[in-house]
Design a protein. Structure first.
Length: 116
């Protein structure tokens, strides 16, 4: 009768490391490329008077749609868009709180695992 392999060893540790490093690298790559909010901010498109066409800023329609639905990006009738800075700030704080809470929860779970 064959003996089942025992779990453990370095394979599990490397697997857990990959589960952390992979998403962290994807996040780092995503943060290097400016998104629609940063692009509109740098262009100074923050009011109906300074609104710009997405094509002039190199922005695609797909990434803009969720931001338009949230009200972070406002689309004018003629197709020009601009950034609502107050809503963008609220969105940034909300995302930061979610990420911070997630990191705190993971840290707490790891602390419990390592101390017991």
């Amino acid at each position: 009768m064959p003996v089942p392999p025992t779990p453990g060893g370095l394979g599990g540790a490397f697997g857990m490391l990959g589960a952390i490093v992979g998403p962290a690298m994807m996040l780092a790559i995503a943060l290097q490329k400016p998104g629609p909010v940063r692009t509109l901010d740098k262009a100074g498109a923050d009011s109906p008077d300074t609104a710009r066409k997405p094509s002039t800023l190199g922005l695609a329609a797909a990434p803009l749609q969720p931001l338009i639905r949230q009200g972070v990006v406002v689309e004018e009738a003629d197709g020009r868009i601009w950034l609502d800075r107050a809503k963008a700030r609220q969105r940034q704080w909300r995302i930061g709180a979610i990420i911070g809470g997630t990191i705190a929860a993971i840290g707490g779970i790891l602390a419990l695992i390592l101390t017991h």
